[in-house]
Design a protein around this ligand. Structure first.
Ligand SMILES: Cc1cc2nc3c(=O)[nH]c(=O)nc-3n(C[C@H](O)[C@H](O)[C@H](O)COP(=O)(O)O)c2cc1C
Length: 197
């Protein structure tokens, strides 16, 4: 798998892992054991959260298990095209209620996003492709996976072993490269809002 830093350049000094992690689509179709996946879930477990409430929940299916077809069937066709060679699909869900007060949590998505970030980075560091997805049927996911109403379905991720770009269609091959980011000056400001909309 190409390291992102072979193309990406940071404007300020950062650890190389942040440039190296990216979201390829080319995967080999080889399986990943439940034990190997546990390292990714374990990294997510150590994410920070408001009041240490850990609102994230993860549901997953591995290839060649009875659950695979169910999870795969939730994906949009565009994602199915390349996820057919993934080893696992993971649904990230967050608890929308504050576990101390029972009222609506204001940080459940924020906290779960941090957990997903740790998951993705750990997956990259172990040499896996980890690719986030919003292209799936959220309503059907709730029904089919019996996700309770108090939990928000955030996103899915595909995990797999990397493969040469040639496993992808010509259209996807053309997109298979680490992308760039907007300039920090457009995203961060000192003091009150002076950022572009
Ligand atoms: C929450 C989320 C949803 C995404 N949805 C999709 C998707 O449905 N299909 C897809 O091919 N990529 C999807 N992506 C991948 C993003 O396009 C990708 O992360 C972004 O372009 C940044 O590139 P990088 O991850 O290679 O740094 C998603 C990523 C995230 C974090």
């Amino acid at each position: 798998m190409l390291n992102g830093s072979s193309i990406r350049k940071s404007a300020h000094p950062i650890d190389r892992q942040f440039l190296d992690r990216w979201s390829p689509r080319a995967m080999s179709g080889e399986p990943v054991s439940g034990e190997e996946l546990l390292s990714l879930f374990e990294a997510a477990r150590w994410a920070p959260s408001s009041g240490n409430q850990q609102p994230w929940r993860m549901l997953f299916a591995r290839r060649e298990t009875p659950q695979w077809d169910t999870f795969f069937g939730l994906l949009a066709a565009g994602n199915q095209a390349w996820c057919a060679r993934a080893a696992a699909l993971v649904v990230f869900v967050s608890h929308t209620l504050n576990s101390y007060t029972g009222r609506t949590s204001v940080t459940h998505s924020y906290d779960t996003g941090a957990a997903w970030g740790y998951f993705a980075l750990q997956g990259y560091l172990k040499g896996y492709v980890v690719h986030g997805m919003e292209g799936f049927d959220y309503e059907r996911t709730r029904q089919v996976l019996a996700i309770p109403e108090a939990f928000r379905i955030e996103a899915m991720a595909a995990v797999g072993r990397p493969a040469p770009v040639e496993v992808l269609s010509a259209q996807l091959q053309a997109r298979e490269a680490p992308n760039d980011r907007r300039a920090l000056e457009q995203t961060v400001c000192e003091g009150a809002w002076v950022l572009p909309g």
